[in-house]
Write a protein that binds this ligand. Structure first.
Ligand SMILES: C[S@@+](CC[C@H](N)C(=O)[O-])C[C@H]1O[C@@H](n2cnc3c(N)ncnc32)[C@H](O)[C@@H]1O
Length: 194
């Protein structure tokens, strides 16, 4: 029997606490702001995969907007599909990565899809590895900076005033930014109405 308070070890050496910590829902406004950008720039269409959909916070907004979306999650919901086992090819991945797996998820995503978009806190750019290997590459299209700062919690509703601002970071295997990636801005308060 597990000791009181002991963490249950799961596959991949992750504890039950690790899994819980990695479940943060994307406020709907973040996805609506991304959809607004996609429509303006006519990019990132085609068959979309959300490989870690949680309770569907991102994928439901995409489906409502008319996109062709496949969504699953290893730990939540009935599918139990592990993204690392994915062998199909998709046009685009749109996701909110489990933070403790961010690099592994991105590496897998680049193999599975031509275009990859993930939401991440802006502090990520201070990590040398992320900046050097993921932003300073020809395939990095740029980021959509979302204001204001928000709370990313277990609730998909927008709560202002959190510790972090977030961006959608975007890559396209057919893109060559020649050293110049772009930054766009969206105010989440413009996307509170359905
Ligand atoms: C940050 S949450 C994002 C949830 C949802 N996409 C959203 O934005 O509300 C990360 C999710 O990744 C899932 N996850 C972690 N490892 C996974 C794996 N190997 N394959 C598929 N899903 C995984 C977790 O269960 C969790 O729901």
């Amino acid at each position: 029997m597990a000791e009181m308070g002991a963490q249950i070890r799961t596959d991949e050496g992750r504890t039950s606490e690790d899994i819980k910590k990695d479940f943060f829902q994307t406020p709907k406004e973040c996805t609506r702001a991304l959809i607004d950008w996609i429509k303006e720039y006519e990019m990132f269409t085609g068959e979309i995969l959300d490989p870690c959909c949680g309770k569907g916070a991102i994928s439901n907004e995409l489906i409502k907007a008319g996109y062709d979306v496949t969504a699953y999650d290893k730990y939540l919901g009935a599918s139990g599909i592990d993204f690392y086992d994915e062998d199909k090819h998709y046009d685009t991945i749109i996701m909110n990565v489990p933070y403790s797996h961010k690099y592994l998820f991105l590496q897998k995503a680049f193999k599975v899809a031509d275009k990859v978009i993930t939401i991440l806190p802006n502090q990520i750019i201070n990590y040398n590895m992320f900046f050097r290997d993921y932003m300073n590459t020809p395939t990095f299209v740029g980021k959509i900076l979302l204001t204001p700062k928000i709370f990313m919690s277990e609730n998909p509703e927008l709560k202002k005033g959190g510790a972090s601002s977030y961006s959608w970071f975007m890559w396209d295997s057919k893109h060559n930014n020649e050293g110049v990636s772009k930054e766009w801005y969206r105010n989440l308060l413009d996307f509170t109405k359905e």
